[in-house]
Design a protein around this ligand. Structure first.
Ligand code: ZN
Length: 291
């Protein structure tokens, strides 16, 4: 028997369709170590089940995801409990090595792995989707947004160059990518739709039904052709240099963490964070950032 998940729900709402649901609503679905590895296990389960053709990623509660859980207690211990899925290893190393290893696997690595699942994936997003939250929805093939969805990357305000999965130029276009990073303003569902970042905007109450209907229509197509179509479009992005850009940005991201540690003693710059946002539940990690 498969072991139950604690931070997500694995549902089979229709034939050939799996729905993976983020289920930490009290934490605004902030991603702790367990959630990231459970998500990966759930994606693997759906990918390896030949009966499944389409995977939906959804979330319970008013907000899709507040991003990475920066308040996670005993994070190092939690990481030790979860087996790594890559070969980078060295999570416990000191200096810059351990943090780079963890982010290489848990952040950039898992998002890239999910982006390359050989089945169509659809994200269904309501409420706020912040920084690390983008690293769950951007790897999906299709994004359906509720009208109240809002997207934000506030990592520049935290002394970094962007979230670890640096897909911003492809998701938004170059100018809007810069504006999103420079301002940390929220992008509305309608603006995200206009820019091509989301496929559909639907009323909040229709998000689940609309997404499931879309998944079922896709699931009527031959799976091998769906796989080939997905890979063909992904190849087009990669031919534009996406991988090289993402890896270069990841290196700069690690430089920024090291700079912040040298200058402030913590891996992010606490000075650029709007005091009004500190401690807000939608940004759970900021409560712990020293003044
Ligand atoms: Zn980072």
């Amino acid at each position: 028997m498969q072991k139950p998940f604690q931070t997500i729900d694995y549902q089979c709402p229709a034939p050939h369709v799996v729905r993976i649901v983020l289920d930490r609503p009290a934490h605004r679905n902030a991603q702790d170590t367990r959630m990231l590895y459970e998500l990966n296990e759930a994606f693997d389960r759906a990918a390896q089940d030949d009966e499944i053709k389409v995977i939906i990623l959804a979330a319970t509660g008013p907000h899709f995801s507040a991003g990475h859980d920066l308040r996670e207690p005993d994070k190092e211990e939690a990481i030790g409990r979860h087996r790594t899925v890559g070969t980078w290893c060295g999570f416990a190393c000191d200096g810059a090595e351990g943090q780079m290893a963890r982010e290489k696997e848990m952040y950039q690595g898992l998002s890239e792995r999910w982006r390359n699942i050989a089945k169509p994936t659809i994200a269904a997003v309501q409420g706020r989707c912040i920084s690390g939250g983008l690293m769950l929805v951007w790897p999906c093939d299709i994004i359906v947004a509720a009208q109240d969805a809002q997207f934000m990357d506030n990592t520049v305000a935290m002394g970094l160059n962007g979230a670890e999965y640096f897909a911003h130029p492809w998701e938004l276009g170059f100018r809007k990518a810069k504006e999103m990073l420079f301002t940390a303003d929220f992008l509305s569902a309608d603006d995200a739709h206009r820019l091509g970042m989301v496929n559909h905007v639907v009323p909040v109450g229709e998000l689940g039904g609309f997404t499931l209907n879309l998944a079922q229509r896709i699931a009527r197509k031959p799976l091998f052709a769906l796989k080939l179509a997905k890979e063909s479009v992904n190849n087009a992005q990669d031919a534009q240099g996406r991988n090289g850009v993402m890896n270069a940005a990841f290196g700069l991201h690690q430089l920024a963490h090291s700079h912040n540690k040298l200058k402030f003693g913590v891996s992010i710059d606490p000075s650029g964070i709007d005091p009004a946002m500190r401690g807000k539940v939608v940004l759970p990690g900021l409560a712990d950032v020293p003044d």
